[in-house]
Write a protein that binds this ligand. Sequence first.
Ligand code: TRP
Length: 514
Amino acid sequence: MAAQNVGAPPSVEAVKEVAKDGQVVDPYNVSGAKDKDGNLMAIDYEKLRQQFGTQALTDEHLQRFERVTGKAPHRLLRRKLFFSHRDFDQILDHYEKYGFFLLYTGRGPSSGSMHLGHAIPFLFTKELQDIFDVPLVIMLTDDEKFYFTRNKAAAEAGGKKKFDSNVGDFINYAYGNCKDIIALGFDKQKTFIYSDYEYMGGHFYQNVTEFESLVTNSQVRGAFGWQDSTNIGLNAFSAKQCVAAFATSYPVLFGDDDHRSPHYAQLRPTQRVADIPTLIPCAIDQEPHFRIMRDCCSRMQFKSPKPALVLSKFLTALQGAGGKMSASDSSSAIFMSDTAREIEKKIKKYAFSGGGVDRETHERDGGNPDVDVACIYLSYFLESDEELEAITTSYRKGTLSTGEVKKRCILELQKFVAAFQERRAAVTDTLMREYMTPRKLEFKGNPNPTAPAGAAEEGVATEDNNADDAGEKSGRGTKGERKAAKLAAKKLAHREKKEGGAEAKEDVSTPAQQ
Ligand code: TRP
């Protein structure tokens, strides 16, 4: 897709083109292309990146990350498993100048326990939260998974709708997943986790309706492949996932009031909160949502900056390249609830080997660590760069056997999962509720922001990345655009201040206040 189209969702034609060529990646489908014999091929990430029009994460980004934070980047970033981005530079600029941003990620709870693939974006997000010391929201899209499961069931039943799962099942999955996520170690002081079924309302839902009014059916069809027969809930769902990136969906976390029970103290959000920019770490299949979002965020009444993205590859299925781990196929995935014995069995039995057909060939020709699933998993979970390098080199040479690599991989995964399970066992319902309660978050951010104190109150969105597509390359827009936008934001903020005051006064008369 042409570079100037980065802000817009792909057209229906563009999506068809992808399908024809075999590789399909969107939030609801991930599959590599098939070769002429029908074998699944590895996902071509470079091609995907170009199709989506996202930028490559480069060594310069890694160096800059280290300069800004004083910390070495996470192994997932060092190894370019997070390989692409939008506006990562802008978010670092913002952090340097103004001191903080909002981190946002999520999870569609489709089963009670998460697998290793689900854990990847969270591991990375946790590290970002620790390093930047910033607030984080985690959306559990129990509603999305409900719509999706029903849609699939309806399609499979060919019109005779017989559903065997209900709303309550997905809420329960959300709770299970919430506990899993907590066990990955997020700091409670700065983390809000929510189920859509519980939290939707107030300013969040105001954002949802406003956003829904900005997006057409043909846009979501193009981005997600929806059809006439798709249920209307799924058709509209993306709006929820998008506006979840607006800080205004969570006024309470930033010390503002909301418009919901029991107080109804503040009818609409403030520009101060709308100006907080967001960074979204996620797997690249989620990108189509946020492409739509970036297209629309300057059209909201309370304009927010375009969210920045850091995008990862998928954790390969045990069977090898071309697919990702799937919760509905237990032989494709290692679950965070698997026992040490199960992990061992799955790796030994299913993990695709890049080794030679027999020992002799392997020792003579060497193996291919790039397609070897045990080597790939080690690249995600083994912390030591030196050891990883030694393993891949000797595997390539053939001096390390498939059995030995699998053994090393089993050990590393068992270690990771055992430590996780120990923390998971300690997560109580009470602790889960604490994470799930909207409350003012405590975070310090950058201890030495360079902008003068108070500058962050002044429509920072406009300066950092609310440029329209013409300015997308630099991400900053032209000087004139920035000036005009800044002025507009100031006016808005001023108007908001006046209106906010009036509304607050009206609202104190609600029964809940008396
Ligand atoms: N749709 C995602 C899923 O199915 C869940 C999700 C919601 C998400 N918001 C997100 C993922 C933001 C990444 C970033 O898993």
